[in-house]
Design a protein around this ligand. Structure first.
Ligand SMILES: Nc1ncnc2c1ncn2[C@@H]1O[C@H](COP(=O)(O)OP(=O)(O)OP(=O)(O)O)[C@@H](O)[C@H]1O
Length: 777
């Protein structure tokens, strides 16, 4: 922390004045909130007292209706005001603790005097509502703080660029209205505030970075030109942080036209969702919608088709024998991820418009109402110009008519009479009330025995027919698994080597009614082509984090789901861990985007880990020499090679004990797979207070955990222990990125234990970047 700055006192006096102003505003607002709250409660309680209710004549009914509407509008308006005042109060509360974190003095070209611009998490005007006491960090002028050091500077406004001279740049740490730190930035940036922030312990909740956003990150946050923004950023470069600040920025920039529910983030796993959940609320914004690709797939297929998820596929590849079957599987995964295979699906789709669709008989008990052949005949006799989804809809309507006719005829059957006789009293009354309700206003009533019988038989048959109708409405009469199987009877243009084996392997799974993960996207894509896609029309901005893990096919699929979205696509090709992305393009590759509509920005500076950790991890990947560490000191990573399993566990325990003594809050023992994680957990649980994380873990908590590398994606820990960095565990190229991802989760300390010989990836690293330790006796 700096010595007391000469302006410290003057600045503290300003902070005091601002806090005083906030107090006054708070007072006024509280009164207003109280008043409006009272009004809301009053309006709710007396709602009908102030409404004239008269239903005698049609005119009276109209009048009553309009009177109720007026009253409801008034209530709605008061409720909105209440929320607004309440939100303002919350903002003031946040500002009172720390009104601002930055100041720039800026002399606009043509002016004599510098304007003092104080920057905080929200704007604050003075009493007269004339001058800004604090500017929101997202205001155009605040960009100066992130983009420049003192000297010539400029910022963009909707009306054009404003140029001038920055004469001062100052950073503050203010807590509870008291200045705790104050630094002036010279021409060379020595970011003391950033040093301080990064030195803190890891948190189970990601923090906002508004006070220390870096220039390259600011560019991402405010980017507003092309439809696709690609961000390739090395591990720990602040991609996720920048993405979340960008969401907050968009909500500020387009206040009134973009709301939180028009923005969606695809994140790597559910635990990550809980990790980032606080960032936006901390900034006074609502959270955007968050999901994972896995969750989306599950919503589509759950209960319909059994399928393998991405983690199961990865786990399978990482744990299985590298035999012939494995190679065929790998080929299947890689081929089906690509656009060549998408072209095959498109070709097949074209064919299906003429012939080949397979339907399911519509049946009731053992009677067939409509056969699959009749359905195919109906479908293929429709005008060929009708789109497939529309034709499918017409088929559905036709089927519903057939089923309704069947339903009517069925009411007269003996089984219905029989069922009526055996209705329980409760069932009878339920049907009675239901039909009475539906019959209100009807002259007839249940006194008439015949009518009663009619009603009951109608209700009994409907009970059975309704589920059939619902299935028809959901277009479930299409036999999707059989149709998908048909895809493999086509010979692709560029037939991959081993195609026959690949087909055999796929069909074996499909015959078991199980979709391998590599078939999930093609299956859903084909289904959407046939039935029509339920697109997310509302979403205007889509964020895809960890985008290197999506295949080109998956990305095309997402593009169709979000036709009206601008996309921010963030990732790191060195962290691509799925087999489909080995040596293949990902959504981060410019070639997958329409020319002229894409901008790629690169982040090379890594903020998460200490310099020694980065010096080590950059040696693990190709192109690693470009990674720039942020200058934060720490110990070099360590490596212990243990010769047998007992010594290995001992070494892990020793390491963890030494870390626990240092009061770190989050320590992760990272394993290669879920299987290895379970074994590690079993071996350690008696001597260490350790928790096991799996793919169903939804929250990230403090303490000591064991976790497979692929679930630690996007998250960070104070200290990381790589459970077994041996040659046996990490040797193939497919494992390199997984190993790198695991090591780059560490903020302050990284330790590697190896049972037997170390991984060849460690051999590639400069030996001076880590220390070899011997096991303590
Ligand atoms: N400008 C910044 N100011 C303060 N902290 C920052 C800044 N940029 C990044 N960080 C910190 O660096 C760490 C890594 O950031 P983040 O998780 O956003 O990186 P990432 O690029 O998404 O990482 P990865 O790809 O490895 O998951 C976080 O602790 C974040 O708070």
């Amino acid at each position: 922390m700096s010595e007391k700055h000469e302006d410290w006192q003057v600045e503290q006096q300003r902070v005091d004045r601002v806090v005083e102003e906030i107090n006054e505003k708070e007072e006024q607002l509280r009164e207003k909130v109280g008043g409006v709250k009272g009004e809301v409660i009053g309006l709710r309680e007396d709602f009908f007292e102030d409404v004239t209710v008269n239903m005698d004549e049609p005119d009276d009914v109209m009048e009553t209706y309009s009177s109720i509407r007026q009253q409801a509008e008034l209530l709605g308006e008061r409720e909105r005001s209440h929320k607004q005042f309440y939100d303002q109060l919350k903002t003031l509360h946040r500002l009172k603790n720390s009104p601002y974190f930055g100041r720039v003095d800026f002399v606009e070209e043509g002016e004599q005097e510098a304007e003092e611009v104080y920057i905080g998490v929200a704007s604050l005007m003075d009493k007269q509502d004339e001058d800004f006491l604090v500017y929101d960090w997202r205001a155009p002028i605040s960009s100066l703080y992130y983009d420049y050091s003192p000297g010539p500077a400029a910022y963009e406004t909707p009306e054009g660029e404003i140029e001038g001279e920055m004469t001062l740049k100052r950073q503050f740490i203010i807590r509870n209205g008291e200045i705790k730190g104050l630094f002036d930035t010279g021409v060379t940036i020595w970011d003391e505030l950033l040093q301080e922030v990064l030195g803190n312990n890891a948190n189970t909740q990601m923090k906002s970075i508004v006070a220390t956003i870096q220039k390259e990150q600011n560019e991402i946050i405010r980017y507003d030109k092309k439809k696709y923004l690609l961000v390739q950023g090395v591990a720990g470069s602040g991609k996720t942080s920048a993405a979340l600040q960008r969401v907050a920025y968009l909500m500020y920039r387009y206040r009134g036209s973009i709301q939180a529910d028009q923005i969606m983030l695809f994140s790597p796993n559910p635990m990550f969702n809980s990790y980032v959940a606080n960032v936006l609320p901390e900034l006074g914004e609502e959270n955007m919608d968050q999901t994972t690709f896995l969750e989306y797939i599950d919503k589509r297929l759950e209960g319909r088709v059994s399928y393998e998820d991405a983690y199961e596929q990865l786990e399978h590849l990482l744990t299985s024998q590298k035999d012939k079957e494995y190679l065929v599987r790998l080929n299947n995964i890689q081929y089906k991820a690509g656009l060549d295979f998408k072209a095959v699906v498109d070709q097949y789709m074209e064919q299906l418009t003429k012939q080949g669709l397979i339907f399911k008989n519509v049946k009731f008990r053992d009677q067939t109402i409509v056969t699959k052949q009749q359905m195919a005949d109906y479908f293929y006799n429709l005008d060929a110009a009708i789109s497939t989804p529309n034709a499918m809809q017409m088929l559905s309507d036709w089927l519903l008519e057939q089923v309704s006719a069947f339903e009517q005829a069925e009411r007269k059957k003996a089984w219905v009479e029989d069922e009526i006789q055996h209705l329980s009293k409760e069932e009878y009354l339920r049907i009675y009330h239901k039909t009475q309700k539906g019959n209100r206003g009807n002259q007839d009533n249940f006194d008439d025995f015949q009518l009663e019988q009619q009603m009951l038989s109608k209700a009994v048959v409907r009970k059975y027919i309704k589920p059939i109708k619902n299935k028809i409405k959901n277009l479930e009469f299409l036999n999707m698994t059989a149709v998908y199987k048909g895809l493999f009877s086509i010979e692709p243009h560029n037939k991959p080597a081993q195609w026959e084996e690949m087909v055999q392997q796929t069909l074996a799974s499909l015959n078991e009614k199980h979709l391998p993960h590599e078939d999930v996207t093609p299956f859903l894509y084909l289904e959407d082509q046939l039935k029509g896609t339920n697109v997310y029309t509302k979403i205007r901005y889509l964020f895809i984090d960890e985008a290197q893990d999506y295949s080109p096919f998956q990305f095309e699929f997402l593009k169709k789901l979000f036709p009206y979205s601008r996309m921010t696509i963030l990732g790191d090709y060195n962290q691509a861990i799925y087999a489909h992305n080995v040596n293949a393009p990902t959504p981060l590759s410019e070639e997958l985007h329409p020319e002229g509509e894409v901008e790629k920005l690169t982040l090379l500076r890594s903020y998460r880990s200490t310099k020694p950790i980065i010096e080590f991890t950059k040696g693990l990947v190709t192109g690693g020499e470009d990674i720039e560490p942020f200058n934060r000191e720490g110990e070099r990573p360590s490596l212990v090679e243990a010769e047998d399993a007992v010594k290995h566990i001992e070494a892990v325990e020793q390491k963890v004990h030494s870390l626990q003594e240092k009061a770190y809050e989050t320590i992760a023992i990272i394993c290669k797979t879920a299987e290895e994680s379970r074994q590690a957990y079993e071996a350690l649980k008696n001597n260490l207070p350790v928790r096991l994380m799996d793919k169903d873990t939804y929250t990230f908590e403090k303490g000591l955990i064991v976790i497979p590398a692929y679930l630690a994606k996007g998250i960070e820990f104070d200290a990381v222990v790589i459970f077994n960095a041996s040659a046996e565990q990490y040797k193939d190229e497919i494992e390199r990125n997984l190993f790198y991802t695991a090591c780059t989760r560490a903020m302050h300390e990284l330790h590697l234990l190896s049972l037997g010989q170390r991984s060849p990836f460690i051999e590639e690293v400069h030996p001076e970047t880590f220390v070899e330790e011997l096991l303590k006796q």
